[in-house]
Design a protein around this ligand. Sequence first.
Ligand SMILES: Nc1ncnc2c1ncn2[C@@H]1O[C@H](COP(=O)(O)OP(=O)(O)OP(=O)(O)O)[C@@H](O)[C@H]1O
Ligand SMILES: [Mg+2]
Length: 207
Amino acid sequence: MSSFATWTPKGGVGKTTFSVQLATMLGYTYVTNDEYCSAEDKFEKGKGFLVPEGHHEIPFADKVVFDLGGFKDERIKPLLEKVEKVIVPTLDSEYDIKALTSILKALSTMNSSVVILINNIEPDYTNKENKYHEADRAENDIMKIVEDNKLTFKSLQFVRIRKSKGYKTLIKENASVFDYCKDNGVLLNRFRNIIEDMTVFRNTVLN
Ligand SMILES: Nc1ncnc2c1ncn2[C@@H]1O[C@H](COP(=O)(O)OP(=O)(O)OP(=O)(O)O)[C@@H](O)[C@H]1O
Ligand SMILES: [Mg+2]
């Protein structure tokens, strides 16, 4: 039994998209502290919850994916200490990676198991040797932050997610890519990258 959290104070980097994917893939409950997120409404009864600002605590339970935004929300830290892994979505730009420093420092003091999800990756076809050199650079930069600040974690893993239009459909339908393709007879080809990336994501989180 375990629960997971996606957390980053940065907006619009994929917290909700990948929390919903993870919750639906694993059959877990979805819980968010984000009042502006409407994902919880779309889950079937009892499977999606919003804990509004007034509640003094976000209750911990097994088999939950917590979708957590913000730094100032004091209810977040106790949850991050309880979950099995913290998933931190980020974009791959130098600016975004630098902004991860304070987040990594906070997670290191909690001795968390961390999965850094490098999101929105676009292959660079002009680079024949390595079309994913930007993602490589992002991972190297993160490892440098870890070393320079002598940060330690229970574990540190990376997962790479390619940019794909299909995520908009999945979030609208509140469905895991596997269920969506099965139920709608969708040409798997259209969702092939997502299926590949979500398979790696699930395996990384569960390993
Ligand atoms: N890999 C991807 N490819 C294409 N679009 C993506 C990808 N990841 C996220 N998006 C899109 O980016 C937007 C922001 O994603 P999402 O809502 O999951 O971010 P968030 O971190 O939860 O944002 P917020 O801070 O507003 O809660 C959404 O429209 C989503 O569909
Ligand atoms: Mg969100």
